[in-house]
Design a protein around this ligand. Structure first.
Ligand code: GDP
Ligand code: IMO
Ligand code: MG
Length: 423
């Protein structure tokens, strides 16, 4: 296996950081290809908690090169903060270990202000992370984005910022009534940050191409999850990038075209942070219990994550939408010991029984149908699992038709069971 993608199969926070960190030990390069610092990937190393938002989770391994490819929207201010914090935790970061595409769109103050304005005053609250992700991708698609290479030259930067803000000014002044930095102020700020970013800038496209040709092992670290994908997700309650594996082709480039394994990071139950439909949500004491036991608090915003049962019609859909080839089932320990355990096997939708979702299905209308599963009480002190837990895993495998290759039963590196070889 030379190329592997880590993809969240639900609404994010499935444990991608932990699995990426573990598999980085066996690969040469880890690549972020979409999203931005809306991600929060948590890794626990020897009682130390490291949360990465923008920097790939491979950075913890010195032999591994981390790449932020051009599909990522890049906030230089957030990068500065993350770099400081990561260096403080004793992790080595230098331009040899971290390469950033000069073609990444830059998240500006204007993008962050627009995100906040829409969330507080707009007609639909998405529950975004407030990091300016959506507005920056809008700039990219409307061909107004500032690219990282632009912030190295004051004249170019100031000219592009003036063009960029022409329409936004009208929104800030007349619709949202908010103050915003002048082009001069924003130019100064980004130009200063550019000096920090410059040594890390690289032609990541040819770097990846050469690595692939040389037979190096490459891991693509997805952020968010398939159900937050701009095309496949629960629109409009989604993020603004292709979080599914298709994003790799446009956001990083994959010369030769093949990804050998697309590993679906799947929580043994379901969580969601932010607004939007959630068919299997537990709005009960049990939901609250799972939230607390699982420590389900957003790593980026500190918001409580909503919790519910595992949803197979959605998982089956994610497998198809993102070409998922095996599953890493995480947080199994959180379900261990529950008296009640259910799994959603199908929906009733407009008078029909369906077992797989599709783009555009109205998730507010689906009625989830549940199977009662036998509770399991595993303490994971040995490598064997109870019959009840094995039955839970088999139910998933049979429904989605791909194997569960990894089982995670705690946040630490050693709390993991591999049933399949990766790399
Ligand atoms: P990501 O965004 O997909 O990387 O996931 P997050 O890091 O946002 O959230 C997952 C949380 O669960 C983190 O706090 C992890 O430390 C933790 N975690 C990961 N795997 C497990 C597991 O198997 N069991 C438990 N109890 N916690 C886990
Ligand atoms: P990781 O990589 C969970 C959610 C937000 C909101 C929606 C849009 O840690 O899994 P955005 O700021 O992207 O415009 O917000 O997407 N969201 C996430 N939810 N995990 C994430 O990342 C997320 N990144 C964005 O809560 O509902
Ligand atoms: Mg997260």
């Amino acid at each position: 296996m030379q190329t592997l993608a880590i993809t969240g199969s639900q609404w994010g926070d499935e444990g991608k950081g932990k699995i990426t960190d573990l598999l980085s030990a066996k690969c040469d390069t880890v690549v972020r290809y979409q999203g931005g610092n809306n991600a929060g990937h948590t890794i626990i190393v020897d009682d130390k908690k490291i949360v990465l938002h923008l920097i790939p989770s491979g950075i913890l391994h010195d032999h591994c090169t981390s790449v932020i490819a051009h599909g990522v929207v890049f906030d230089p201010e957030a990068f500065k903060q993350e770099l400081d914090e990561t260096l403080k935790s004793g992790i080595t970061i230098n331009p040899k270990k971290l390469k950033i595409s000069e073609n990444c769109p830059v998240i500006t103050s204007y993008n962050k202000l627009l995100d906040a304005a829409r969330e507080s005053q707009g007609p639909v609250k998405i529950g975004t992370t407030g990091k300016g992700i959506g507005p920056c991708y809008e700039d990219k698609i409307s061909r107004k984005a500032i690219k990282l290479k632009d912030i190295l030259n004051k004249d170019i930067l100031s000219r592009k910022l003036a063009q960029n803000i022409q329409e936004k000014k009208i929104l800030f002044n007349n619709l949202y009534n908010m103050t915003f930095p002048s082009v001069e102020e924003e130019t100064e700020k980004l130009f200063e940050l550019g000096k920090l970013v410059e040594p890390f800038l690289a032609d990541t496209f040819n770097y990846l191409d050469k690595n692939l040709s040389a037979g190096k092992k490459i891991l693509f670290e997805g952020a968010q999850g398939v159900l937050l994908d701009i095309d496949y997700g629960s629109y409009p309650f989604v993020t603004s990038s292709n979080t599914s594996f298709g994003g790799i082709y446009t956001g990083a480039g994959l010369m030769g075209g093949k990804i050998d394994e697309v590993l679906a990071i799947t929580k043994a139950y379901t969580t969601r942070v932010g607004e939007g439909p959630f068919p299997t949500e537990l709005k009960s004491e049990l939901g609250e219990f799972i939230q607390q036991k699982g420590g389900e608090i957003g790593a980026t915003t500190g918001r409580k994550r909503r919790c519910g049962w595992l949803d197979l019609p959605l998982l089956k859909y994610s497998v198809k939408a993102s070409n998922l080839t095996s599953i890493a089932l995480t947080k199994v320990d959180v379900l261990s010991g529950l008296d009640e355990l259910k799994i959603c096997h199908s929906y009733r939708y407009r008078g029909k029984e369906i077992d797989c979702a599709w783009p555009g299905i109205d998730m507010n209308e689906v009625e989830p149908q549940f199977s009662d599963m036998k509770s399991f009480h595993d303490d994971f002190s040995s490598n064997s699992m109870s019959e009840e837990l094995l039955a839970y895993i088999r139910t998933i495998e049979e429904a989605v038709n791909i194997p569960v290759g990894v089982i995670a039963y705690g946040p630490e590196r050693k709390q993991i069971l591999f049933r399949k070889d990766y790399f």
